[in-house]
Design a binder for this molecule. Structure first.
Ligand SMILES: [Zn+2]
Length: 81
């Protein structure tokens, strides 16, 4: 099974939180090694998640996923001329 960027983005918050199974994690790791876009997305997503984990809010706020996807669109627009 090969995964593409959209799959990575779909699972990225679960990936950061360690909630994906070993198989999927390996696939994502492999993808990240070769994909600059997803590496950048991972970095910015991780910052957001760490920010919330640091405070006392453990649940992602409403709209987080929507904002994340908007952000992904921006990253993708920058990456693809
Ligand atoms: Zn990718």
């Amino acid at each position: 099974m090969r995964i593409d960027c959209k799959h990575v983005w779909e699972y990225i918050s679960a990936y950061i939180e360690g909630e994906v199974d070993a198989d999927l994690r390996a696939q994502i790791d492999k993808h990240l090694e070769t994909c600059e876009i997803c590496s950048a997305v991972l970095d910015s997503t991780r910052n957001v998640v760490v920010l919330y984990a640091d405070g006392r809010i453990f649940e992602l706020p409403r709209g987080f996923s929507q904002r994340l996807h908007e952000r992904l669109d921006i990253e993708l627009a920058k990456a693809v001329p």
